[in-house]
Design a binder for this molecule. Structure first.
Ligand SMILES: C[S@@+](CC[C@H](N)C(=O)[O-])C[C@H]1O[C@@H](n2cnc3c(N)ncnc32)[C@H](O)[C@@H]1O
Length: 325
């Protein structure tokens, strides 16, 4: 049981950490220290433990993998990822507050993990009558740990609702100003980011801010030392393309257009998928900035291929499937 004075002190630390996370620009000396301290505080309060089988266990759904509590918690340590997402959410709430001051800005945060690490810095900067979060998580261990954490930190005043559900099928109960999800991997493989965004965007008004605003995946040729050479865009996921996918899909199956790449010479280099993310406005994650934007190898021998067809599929093996012809 934490003492009242300890909690006040912890929240002062969290406010300082959030100030460091929200400083404009890229890397700065205080950033890594702030993230380290942020992770230590949250890990200790939630008893995140790499040895626990329960905390390492992933959940598989028909739209992808939901990573277990320990892995989800570990994401906080990815410095640039955490900085850009925390700052993006904060800036989006600030932008909404310019237009709407009479009621709180409503944020749906899909896939909180046990720490809701992307939301706490925004809670530290606004009052509960300015911002409210609906916190969605599929993993019951993460869901419970998050409730315990926000209770200890006395932050439940920022929570409209905790929901234990699959965000890729959950029925929205109320309108929202902002939707946030970071349930992705490089090349948009394995995890259900796109299915979650499509499900939520299909039920919310067109002016809802989606975070990330845009994710692009491209085919590229890996060259020694240099950045990969761009060959073909395979997917650009943003508000407009979600609307098109929703309009072109049947009731409960999202339809993704195939993309064909016709090489103009023999493929000799290794092929990779590259990922670029616009979290919100100038908050971007580009090549190699974090695990979400690492190049991902396209497996196979394509040296004789005249065409390569890429199809995005949702399933236990969510990702771009490649067919050589
Ligand atoms: C990559 S972790 C991110 C954790 C945290 N939001 C952060 O950024 O630090 C993704 C989280 O989303 C949850 N998740 C994945 N698929 C989900 C789904 N379909 N519905 C709800 N939560 C999901 C996972 O269980 C995991 O806790």
């Amino acid at each position: 049981m934490q003492k009242r004075a300890d909690i006040v002190q912890l929240k002062e630390r969290l406010k300082d950490i959030s100030d460091a996370l929200l400083v404009p620009g890229d890397f700065h000396p205080a950033l890594a220290l702030a993230i380290n301290e942020y992770a230590s505080i949250l890990f200790e309060l939630t008893n995140i433990n790499s040895e626990s089988n329960e905390q390492r266990k992933d959940i598989f759904t028909h739209t992808g993998k939901a990573i277990g509590p320990f892995w989800a918690a570990a994401c906080v340590r990815e410095v640039l990822r955490t900085q850009r997402f925390c700052r993006g959410i904060y800036e989006a709430v600030k932008d909404c507050l310019v237009k709407q001051t009479t009621k709180p800005i409503q944020v749906i945060y899909a896939g909180t993990g046990p720490l809701a690490a992307l939301a706490i810095p925004t809670m530290m900067q606004f009052r509960p009558d300015q911002v409210q979060f609906t916190l969605l998580e599929i993993n019951p261990v993460s869901y419970k740990k998050l409730q315990q954490l926000l209770t200890i930190l006395d932050l439940n005043v920022y929570v409209k609702e905790f929901v234990l559900a699959d965000a890729a099928t959950w029925k929205v109960t109320d309108t929202a100003d902002i939707v946030v999800s970071e349930t992705m991997n490089g090349g948009l493989r394995n995890e259900p980011q796109i299915a979650i965004m499509l499900n939520l965007a299909s039920q919310l008004p067109g002016n809802t801010i989606l975070i990330p605003e845009e994710i692009t995946v491209a085919l590229a040729a890996l060259r020694k030392e240099n950045e990969p050479l761009f060959l073909k865009e395979l997917g650009r996921f943003n508000k407009e393309s979600y609307r098109e996918i929703i309009a072109g899909s049947s009731a409960d199956e999202w339809f993704f257009q195939e993309v064909v790449y016709e090489p103009d010479q023999e493929i000799v280099s290794k092929l990779v998928l590259t990922t670029n993310i616009t979290v919100y406005k100038s908050n971007k994650l580009n090549y190699n900035d974090c695990s979400l934007t690492l190049p991902y190898s396209v497996k196979g021998d394509f040296s004789q291929a005249k065409t390569l067809r890429f199809a995005y599929k949702l399933g236990e093996q969510t990702g771009f499937n490649v067919y050589a012809g």
